[in-house]
Ligand binder design. Structure first.
Ligand code: ATP
Ligand code: LTN
Length: 330
């Protein structure tokens, strides 16, 4: 019996936030023993919004160093860069032909990112979910660990897999989303109604994984809460609730335990402790990250080997797909 397959990816579109870490990256390493894991740096997705080429290259390498720092072991998992494996784009084309524009029009990420662009919406932004479906389906993935915001894209992927299977006979595993129990949606520290995001223009809204400890503590201290002033995990105290979620994700304590611990104290001590915990959690990650980043040769070796192994698997699926749709073999 072969192991079940786990697949996930992160865009090298800027500095990663605590949201990316809690919602996605921090969960990746734990699957490596039990599953066959692939973790991708999705640079082809990143160019759906404008990127500076030199910066994109740098971001991709930095993200690889961060993957390794977060415990991904290239001996256990396949870690690679999307643009190194051409089968992604090849499968995407075929999937484009069975995707309906109506479906893509309903994607909230597309609606958000195409806002205020008038007629100048890149087609790549529109077909983004089709490329994501190709990523996942190429590897016959069983589970996809992502944050809550990607749930809709996973539902789309399942739908496309089922449509292809129905039209051409069984070809793809229909994947399932895997959401973290706490922290699937970490909110902005300045606006608890908006998701914490890499691309937020207010630097105080997000904690970046590479922020120094003093900055982390300051951002948490300044995080927007409420005038109620009492510890509770409630819909009326969204800012506080978000901080409790972060606390829970970082320490493993339940939200009830946390509320109980700080009951009757206001938010001061809670925020101070939280700042300390987050900073302590991230500093060993930062140290390992800096070590990996200095070893360019090792990073190159890892992504080259990863691309080869990923390609070998992807080719098998692509061959099947080409045959089923009726392409003449070469
Ligand atoms: P951008 O803001 O540039 O669109 P992003 O911050 O949403 O980027 P992605 O690369 O799209 O980052 O996401 C990487 C992973 O992090 C995905 O699995 C996504 O679901 C997860 N993620 C992103 N933001 C959050 C958040 N605020 N809370 C929990 N998980 C998140
Ligand atoms: N769309 C995702 C990144 C992504 C991904 C994937 C995640 C691209 N391909 C495949 C899981 C599996 C995002 O924006 N976070």
């Amino acid at each position: 019996m072969s192991k079940k397959v786990i697949y996930s990816g992160i865009q090298p579109s800027g500095s990663l936030t605590l949201g990316n870490y809690i919602g996605a990256l921090s969960n990746f390493a734990q699957f490596q023993e039990e599953f066959d894991c692939l973790y991708c740096i999705v640079d082809m997705h990143a160019i759906t919004v404008e990127q500076e080429p030199a910066k994109l290259r740098q971001n991709a390498l930095q993200l690889l160093a961060l993957y390794l720092a977060a415990g991904l072991d290239p001996k256990k998992s396949i870690v690679y860069i999307q643009s190194h494996v051409p089968e992604h784009a090849q499968l995407e084309w075929v999937l484009n032909t069975i995707t309906y524009m109506g479906q893509l029009n309903r994607m909230t990420q597309f609606k958000d990112k195409s806002k205020n662009r008038g007629d100048n919406i890149p087609v790549g932004l529109f077909t983004y979910p089709v490329l994501m479906a190709a990523d996942i389906l190429l590897f016959q993935t069983d589970y996809v660990p992502v944050g809550e915001d990607q749930k809709q894209h996973l539902e789309f992927t399942r739908d496309i897999a089922e449509r292809f299977n129905n039209r051409y006979s069984d070809t793809f595993v229909v994947p399932e989303v895997y959401l973290p129990k706490v922290g699937a949606r970490i909110m902005s520290l300045q606006n608890p109604e908006a998701k914490m995001s890499k691309s937020d223009s207010d630097p105080n809204a997000s904690i970046f994984l590479l922020d120094p400890p003093a900055v982390i503590k300051k951002k948490i201290k300044r995080a927007v809460t409420d005038s109620i002033g009492e510890m509770a995990y409630s819909d009326e105290q969204l800012g506080l609730r978000n901080l409790i979620d972060i606390y829970s994700a970082i320490t493993g304590e339940t939200t009830d335990e946390i509320v109980e611990k700080y009951k009757g104290q206001g938010y001061g001590q809670f925020k101070e402790d939280l700042g300390e915990f987050v900073a302590n959690k991230l500093s060993p990650l930062q140290e390992r990250y800096n070590e990996y980043l200095q070893n360019k040769e090792l990073l190159e070796e890892i992504y080259r080997d990863g691309a080869q192994r990923a390609s070998a698997i992807a080719q098998k699926t692509l061959r099947k797909v080409y045959k089923k749709v009726g392409f003449l073999p070469r």
